[in-house]
Ligand binder design. Structure first.
Ligand code: GLC
Length: 526
């Protein structure tokens, strides 16, 4: 029996293409994930797989050509069923990725839709006439760079794509299309899948009159940042559309969907909207909380921001703190070093809710170096996201050939240089390692409900030390995080039991007046 979602200690994001290759084509696959389930069980109670659906891989699976099939380079449906079964045998839940906003241009739905204006699936996508001068229906630009409209010669209309032209947007206003998508969800839920990570929800609903986005004063109209995206995102019907999905998830026992939503984007998204999304169906639906990954590395920014988020969150909502994913530079690069990343990990894994760990964070992987000509990400300049290869390099299993990821001489992305001393094999045996820190904290979360469902109480952030308690009735732990790059003394009332720098060593006697080393975080028990 897997745990209930509310009792899951950590959710682990796997980028299947980069996790483990078993057929020597340089691309990770489902049998590879299966072969690593014992390891996964040591760090997580649930996995989220980036898309493995049939796809031409122009956006590595976020361009789906069939929602009810597996891309052959990853394996077969039978492999997938085995993955679900073997995961469940080890008490690991399996969450799939769902991209409801767009398909690949190679999806049968789009092929039909583009074939003629009278096709029954024409309205499943967003088609509009050119303006009189032949130009695009409005000024919207795509998140991956360039215009959001492409003219289709065959039928003389433009279709909308919030990302690349290979990724036409579906029209959620069309009930038949919606039904087909909800049926696809049921297809996987019936196979035992425990939930979905829902991709890019902010664009699912648009302004229904398709009005121009306002250009910012002095804004570069070729660039995504040149506009206030008040029309192309967060349309009035967004909650309604998401509720349809949540209702499907709620038909099954203990399933969950987590929405991708960046409230700190400067593009018209907001915390109000984030909470709004979290209130849709709090029992079965929540959002990732990404804001903290964009905040400055400071006790005040983190302390205030986290308090604010948790205090204002809708009742019964499940917070999902997240500091990395396949679209974002890795934690070590983002926060300036390994010690800083260890501090953030200690914070993440002691905050309430369901923390999401991106593969490799737990061994201290940093962004890989991608030599000229080796890049794979199709997203170009001018978009909101571009150049995401460095955070997608292969999982570092060992210090051996291709870090143990593949037998191939030519992995789809080169192995990151850090594999020599940041890999699972060596970290299993080192006295002090990222992996030891993660496992120690993850075990505590798993064993102790207080960490998952306790109350966060801010103690302060003076002198760049963030201090908080996690409280549940009479029980309490404290966390002290020294964001400063110099030593500072703190008063520890209980007994320090974990240090982000040395895990468990060196803590004996760490009570009373105690020196925190630069970027050291400690967990204190009473
Ligand atoms: C989301 C995904 C990203 C993808 C985009 C388009 O932001 O996380 O990887 O490229 O949506 O589907």
């Amino acid at each position: 029996m897997t745990k209930k979602w509310r009792d899951v200690g950590t959710l682990y994001q796997i980028y299947p293409r980069s996790f483990q290759d078993t057929d020597s084509d340089g691309i990770g696959d489902i049998p590879g994930i299966i072969s690593r389930l014992d390891y996964i069980a040591s760090v997580a109670d649930a996995i989220w797989l980036a898309p493995i659906y049939a796809s031409p891989q122009k956006d590595f699976g976020y361009d789906v050509s069939s929602y009810v099939d597996i891309q052959p380079e990853y394996g077969t449906l039978a492999d997938f069923d085995r993955l679900v079964q073997y995961s469940h045998d080890r008490n690991i839940k399996v969450m799939m990725d769902l991209t409801p906003n767009h398909t690949s241009e190679e999806h049968e739905w789009f092929k039909e839709s583009r074939s003629s204006r009278d096709n029954s699936k024409r309205d499943w996508y967003v088609w509009r006439d050119p303006k009189e001068d032949g130009s695009a229906p409005n000024n919207w630009v795509s998140l991956s760079g360039g215009k959001a409209w492409t003219f289709d010669e065959v039928t003389g209309q433009y279709y909308l794509h919030s990302w690349m032209s290979h990724q036409p947007d579906l029209n959620w206003a069309n009930p038949d299309m919606r039904q087909a998508m909800l049926d696809a969800m049921r297809f996987w839920l019936d196979r035992g899948v425990d939930g979905f990570r829902i991709d890019a929800v902010w664009v699912l609903a648009k302004n229904e009159a398709y009005l121009d986005d306002p250009v910012r004063p002095g804004g570069d109209t070729e660039n995504y940042s040149g506009y206030d995206h008040t029309m192309c995102r967060n349309g009035d019907r967004l909650n309604e559309y998401l509720k349809y999905m949540a209702d499907v998830v709620a038909e099954y026992d203990d399933r969950l969907m987590i929405l991708e939503y960046y409230s700190s984007h400067e593009f018209g998204d907001s915390n109000t909207q984030l909470y709004n999304l979290q209130s849709i169906a709090p029992d079965v639906c929540t959002t990732f909380f990404f804001d903290a990954m964009q905040w400055p590395f400071s006790a005040e920014a983190m302390g205030q921001g986290i308090t604010n988020y948790l205090l204002n969150m809708p009742e019964n909502s499940l917070p999902v703190f997240c500091f990395g994913n396949h679209d974002q530079t890795r934690m070590i690069n983002r926060f300036g070093g390994e010690d800083q990343a260890r501090l953030i990990a200690t914070m993440q894994l002691t905050l309430p809710g369901l923390p999401c760990v991106y593969y490799g964070e737990e061994i201290g992987m940093r962004d890989g170096y991608i030599p000229e000509g080796k890049g794979q990400d199709g997203f170009g300049g001018g978009g909101m996201m571009s150049g995401r290869d460095p955070e997608r390099t292969p999982m570092q299993w060992s210090g051996g050939f291709q870090a143990g990821f593949t037998d191939s001489n030519d992995p789809w992305l080169p192995v990151g240089e850090s594999y020599v001393d940041r890999n699972v094999e060596s970290e299993e045996t080192e006295a002090v390692s990222f992996l030891k820190l993660y496992r120690t904290l993850i075990d505590m979360r798993r064993d102790n409900e207080l960490f998952r469902n306790g109350q966060f109480v801010l103690l302060g952030f003076d002198n760049n030390i963030l201090a908080y308690d996690i409280v549940d009735g009479e029980s309490k732990y404290s966390v002290m995080l020294n964001f400063a790059d110099y030593e500072q003394s703190v008063y520890v009332e209980g007994q320090a039991i974990v240090s982000s720098l040395t895990v468990k060593d060196g803590l004996v006697g760490k009570n009373g007046q105690t020196v925190l080393r630069p970027f050291e975080a400690i967990l204190v028990a009473y």
